[in-house]
Design a protein around this ligand. Structure first.
Ligand code: FEO
Length: 399
C-alpha cells in the first residue's frame, strides 16, 4: 500500500493501513489492523476527501503528492472531524497554505477546537455542492453517523459516494482494497463488528441517512474504513438497512460470567438446549475472556440472547454488567432475551439481570433460572429448557 490507487476516473485512494494501533478509540481490538481510507479527486481544481490518523502523515502525504503531480491542493473536504479522519488537517494546511477546508456548520467549532483553524473554511449546507471543474461534489449531512457534523460527499460525475464512517469496517487492506478482491465473510464480519461497536447506538439515524441518500444513483461506495465497494452496492446497502432496522438471523448468543465454572455449566446447558431445539447458530462467550466487540457483533447478528451471571460482592459479575451497560447504550430491538443467575452467600445477579431486561425492553423467553452454589441436575434441566424455548422462539417465522 505504498502507492496511490486509481479508484475511478480522476479519483485516487490515498489511504493507509494501520497495524500499530492495538485498540481503536482505546477500546476495540484490531487483530487484523485497520485502514484509514482517504481520497483525492482531480478536476480543474483539486480536492482531498478526509485525511488519516496523525502518525501516518508521511505515508498519506506522499500519496497525495503523487496524485497531484506538482499541482497544488485546493480543497480538503472534511466529512467527519474525528481525529482518525481529520487528524492531519492542520499539517496538510501547512504543506498547502492555500488549502480551503470544506465542512458544515457543525464542523466549524470542532475545526477550531482541534486545529485552531477559523480561516479559509468553506461552510456548506445539506445538499449544497461545490464544482471543482468536471466533478460536481454534493454534500449531505448524516448527523450521528457517527458524530453530529458527519456528512458524505457525492461526486455526481463518477456517481461515487464517499461515505466516511458509514459502511466502514475494521481490518486493514490485505492486498486488494475492493469488494471484488476479497471473499465476502472477510469484510462482512469486520464491517458488522465496526457497526455494532461504533455506529449501532445511532441506528435510527442510520435509517434517516439511508432514506436521505436513497434518491442518488450510486455506482461506488467508498468509506473511510475498510473495503471499497464497486461491484455490488445493493448488497452492502441492504446490510446497513438490515442492521439499522434490527433485522436479525436465526441464532443465539449465550454470554456468561463465571468465577469457578458453575455459571459456565449453566450456560453450556442452555447451549445444549438450543442445539436440541434445532438451532445451529449458537455462539457461547465468556464475558471475561472474549472481546466485547465480538459479543456485540454477534448480538447484532442474531435474534436470541441469553445472559448468565454469578453474583459478585452482592451484585452482578462485573464483566456481564459491563456487557449489559454497553447494550443499554445501544438499545438493540426485535430480539429475544433469556436470563439466569447464580449466587452463594448473597443474591444479586438475577435481580440485576431483571433490571437490565426491564431497561432494555426486549421480549423475554423463560424460564428465568436462579441457582444456589453449584447447579443440580434439575437446575441444568431448567437451563436446557430455557435453551429449547429460545430455539423455538428464534426459529418462529425464520427459515
Ligand atoms: Fe472513523 Fe467516527 O471515525
Amino acid at each position: 500500500m505504498h502507492k496511490a490507487i486509481t479508484v475511478t476516473k480522476d479519483t485516487f485512494w490515498v489511504g493507509v493501513n494501520d497495524y500499530e494501533t492495538d485498540l481503536f478509540e482505546s477500546l476495540w481490538p484490531l487483530p487484523q489492523g485497520v485502514a484509514y481510507n482517504a481520497y483525492v479527486v482531480l478536476g480543474e481544481k483539486t480536492a482531498a476527501i478526509d485525511t488519516v490518523k496523525g502518525p501516518k502523515f508521511d505515508d498519506y502525504l506522499d500519496k497525495v503528492a503523487e496524485t497531484l503531480a506538482g499541482r497544488s491542493l485546493d480543497y480538503l473536504i472534511v466529512n467527519h472531524m474525528e481525529p482518525d479522519h481529520a487528524g492531519l488537517t492542520a499539517q496538510l494546511k501547512r504543506v498547502y497554505p492555500g488549502l480551503k477546508i470544506v465542512g458544515n456548520a457543525k464542523t466549524a467549532p470542532l475545526l477550531k477546537g482541534y486545529h485552531g483553524i477559523e480561516e479559509d473554511v468553506v461552510q456548506v449546507k445539506d445538499g449544497e455542492s461545490l464544482d471543482i471543474g468536471g466533478h460536481p461534489l454534493f454534500f449531505y449531512t448524516i448527523p450521528m453517523v457517527h458524530w453530529p457534523e458527519s456528512m458524505v460527499t457525492y461526486d455526481a460525475a463518477t456517481k461515487t459516494l464517499f461515505s466516511n464512517d458509514a459502511f466502514g469496517g475494521f481490518g486493514a487492506h490485505e492486498g486488494g482494497i475492493f469488494d471484488d478482491e476479497k471473499p465476502r465473510p472477510r469484510w462482512e464480519d469486520e464491517m458488522l463488528r465496526y457497526y455494532a461497536a461504533i455506529v449501532a447506538r445511532y441506528s435510527n439515524l442510520v435509517q434517516g441517512a439511508l432514506k436521505k441518500l436513497k434518491g442518488l444513483e450510486i455506482k461506488n461506495i467508498y468509506p473511510a474504513h475498510g473495503t471499497l465497494f464497486r461491484t455490488d452496492i445493493g448488497q452492502v446497502a441492504e446490510l446497513y438497512d438490515r442492521w439499522s432496522r434490527h433485522d436479525t438471523e436465526c441464532g443465539v448468543v449465550v454470554a456468561y460470567g463465571s468465577m469457578y465454572g458453575n455459571t459456565r455449566h449453566m450456560a453450556e446447558a442452555v447451549c445444549g438446549g438450543i442445539c436440541e431445539g434445532g438451532v445451529k447458530n449458537v455462539r457461547l462467550y465468556d464475558a471475561s475472556r472474549s472481546d466485547m466487540s465480538l459479543i456485540l457483533r454477534d448480538i447484532w447478528r442474531y435474534k436470541g440472547l441469553v445472559l448468565l451471571g454469578c453474583t459478585y460482592n452482592t451484585v452482578l459479575f462485573p464483566t456481564v454488567a459491563a456487557l449489559c451497560e454497553k447494550l443499554i447504550n445501544r438499545m438493540p430491538k426485535n430480539r429475544l432475551l433469556g436470563i439466569a443467575g447464580s449466587y452463594s452467600w448473597s443474591k444479586g445477579a438475577l435481580a440485576a439481570l431483571r433490571a437490565f431486561a426491564d431497561a432494555v425492553k426486549l421480549e423475554r423467553v423463560g424460564p428465568e433460572v436462579e441457582v444456589f452454589t453449584a447447579p443440580t441436575p434439575a437446575d441444568l434441566e431448567q437451563c436446557a429448557e430455557l435453551g429449547r424455548n429460545m430455539a423455538k422462539a428464534v426459529s418462529a417465522g425464520q427459515q
